[in-house]
Write a protein that binds this ligand. Structure first.
Ligand code: ADP
Ligand code: NA
Length: 332
């Protein structure tokens, strides 16, 4: 058996948003509070699979670290670090590039979405990204990964890579990591289009609530969020064909730590003109202190860098012996 250990990561590609908060950061904090060993990573090497302006990347990495801390991650209790600072990720990723099959990677829906019609012009890194993600997780022998629903397929690939490595080399070395996809808001959708997930890369800033938005911006985005003309239904089933309504109810439930049914018990039959201001108030109440704390932390970039450097040392202390053993197994 493997000792429980949680790993997860977020890309420092700017525009940290409400989906990242509800689908990831908030869960990371809950996991930390359960007393499980938690390893959280700014995955800058994933970010550069698509072009990143260097100065912007450096800033986004610090801002993301500030976001983790402002959301409640304690850099003493959790290991908080930047992926590129721990070379073991890239080293193990190469081994996994040689384990993963082309066909597996080609089936990844995120690859197909992100590369679009122009696959020939996509970076090789974008294609190989899930093998690096497997290395991120397995370099720590992580047993559990809290993620949003969009990462489910990549987690399955991580298990496939671990299983094939174990099989090919006749060992029981890498765990078959479990995804942890929980809560009302594991897939927060765009505020402008209920069929698209809220994303850092959406060109429309109105599509997402950024973690750095102030109270006015948050309220305005919720006020302008797309909806339908009907009042809210009184139960879950009534949300089925109403993606925009469902999204706003899910967001409310996620922020308030309520079940969707509880939210509908309160707001069923009410118009959006009543629900939206209540949601805006809740969002501002929860997010404004986080964004204020992020801004405060960003005024001390040296402190952030020191936290990341210390985190990288602690991360390396776990990953280095696992990589060493991997090399031995492979015969290197
Ligand atoms: P993005 O997809 O916005 O670029 P990342 O790929 O860095 O963000 O994802 C970081 C974490 O946030 C992952 O656990 C991912 O599942 C989660 N996440 C991203 N977008 C959403 C969303 N719209 N709803 C819920 N969770 C999300
Ligand atoms: Na993503």
């Amino acid at each position: 058996g493997f000792t429980p250990r949680v790993f997860s990561g977020i890309q420092p590609s700017g525009n940290l948003h409400l989906g990242n908060y509800l689908g990831a950061l908030k869960r990371f904090v809950e996991t930390q509070e359960q007393g499980i060993e938690t390893v959280y990573c700014m995955v800058d090497m994933h970010a550069i699979t698509v072009w990143q302006d260097p100065a912007r990347l450096a800033r986004a990495t610090r801002e993301l670290c500030a976001g983790f801390i402002a959301a409640g991650i304690d850099p003493e209790r959790s290991i908080l670090f930047n992926q590129s600072q721990v070379a073991e990720h890239a080293q193990l990723a190469w081994i996994f590039n040689c384990v993963a099959r082309m066909g597996w990677m080609k089936r990844m829906t995120q690859w197909k979405d992100k590369a679009g019609k122009n696959q020939e012009e996509a970076s090789l890194g974008l294609f190989a990204y899930p093998a690096l993600m497997a290395a991120d997780i397995l370099a720590y022998h992580a047993t559990h990964v809290p993620v949003g629903e969009d990462q489910k397929q990549h987690l399955e690939l991580t298990r496939d890579i671990a299983a094939k490595f174990n099989h090919d080399y006749g060992v029981d070395f890498f765990p078959l990591t479990e995804p942890v996809i929980e809560g009302a808001a594991t897939r927060v959708m765009s505020l402008r289009d209920g069929s698209k997930k809220m994303s850092k890369s959406d060109v429309s800033d109105m599509s997402r609530i950024n973690m750095t938005d102030d109270a006015d911006a948050i309220a305005q985005k919720i006020r302008k969020a797309r909806t339908d003309p009907h009042p809210l239904p009184s139960d879950h089933a009534g949300l089925e064909e109403r993606p925009e309504a469902r999204n706003l109810v899910n967001i409310y439930a996620g922020l308030a730590d309520m079940e969707v049914e509880q939210v509908l018990a309160e707001y069923g039959g009410k118009q959006f003109s009543e629900f939206k201001p209540a949601l805006a108030e809740l969002a501002v109440e929860q997010l404004a202190p986080i964004s204020a704390e992020m801004a405060r932390l960003m005024e001390a970039p040296d402190e952030i860098d020191a936290i990341l450097a210390r985190g990288a040392e602690r991360a390396r202390a776990i990953a280095a012996p696992i990589l060493k053993r991997t090399y031995e197994i492979v015969g290197m």
